[in-house]
Design a protein around this ligand. Structure first.
Ligand code: GSH
Length: 219
């Protein structure tokens, strides 16, 4: 039995989507950021930093979405979504897998600024603008690649498209989609995949991002 610990719209969406791409059977245990349950001793026993995703699989628990991605594609290699050691695209695959968290750090900062910090006096418009610009710069790396081909790797869709693709999906709430047309088209290709649609249908009610776009206020 595989059990995914998930919060709607969080990085655990990567794992939810990837497992559908791989055709795996699993169950979902949904959590909330706002009811303190992720600080309970039961949850911390699964995910010591109190974060999602955490995945119960093969008689153990794994946390860190990138590690989970790597574990899934290595232990279930028949799905063909990894690029395992020896594969000529292995270095590129690893680069994209970890680059997903370079995107993720700006998303986390913007989410904290716009959503988690609820009072205006807690927020910094300077940080909001800076982080949105830095996110745009990071996405330009993706833009240059997906302007030339459908997926991140020349050989076709792989698990790194789910890890980076989650970042692309959330980034649209902070960086106008028309600034990065190839990324917008890449997003549309990702969103048309049946596994993405199944994951979205199972994601659960949004409690983080309730607006389509979060604009940095003027000072
Ligand atoms: N690098 C980790 C980051 C995990 C993470 O920070 N997840 C967020 C949701 S996107 C979380 O659970 N935050 C709860 C908290 O910070 O208390 C990963 O990719 O799994």
């Amino acid at each position: 039995m595989i059990r995914l610990h998930h919060v709607p719209q969080a990085r655990s969406f990567r794992t939810l989507w990837l497992m559908h791409e791989m055709g795996l059977e699993f169950e979902i245990r949904r959590h909330s950021f706002f009811d303190k349950s992720m600080r309970s001793s039961d949850f911390l026993a699964l995910s010591p930093a109190g974060r999602v995703p955490a995945l119960e699989i093969d008689e153990r628990v794994l946390f860190e979405s990138g590690a989970i991605t790597e574990y899934l594609v290595e232990t279930r290699a028949e799905a063909g979504l990894g690029r395992l050691p020896g594969h000529p695209e292995r270095p590129d695959w690893l680069e994209w897998l970890h680059f997903a968290e370079t995107i993720g750090q700006h998303l986390a900062s913007l989410t904290q600024q716009h959503i988690v910090l609820r009072e205006d006096w807690m927020r910094s418009p300077t940080v909001m603008r800076l982080e949105a610009k830095r996110l745009e710069k990071v996405l330009e790396v993706v833009e240059r690649v997906v302007a030339r081909r459908d997926w991140l790797l020349p050989s076709g869709f792989s698990a790194v498209d789910t890890n980076v693709g989650y970042g692309v999906m959330i980034a649209r709430r902070f960086v106008p989609a028309d600034l990065l047309p190839a990324v917008a088209a890449y997003h549309d290709r990702l969103a048309a995949r049946p596994a993405f649609r199944r994951a979205l249908a199972e994601d659960g009610p949004a409690e983080l991002y309730t607006r389509a776009f979060y604009e940095a206020p003027d000072d």
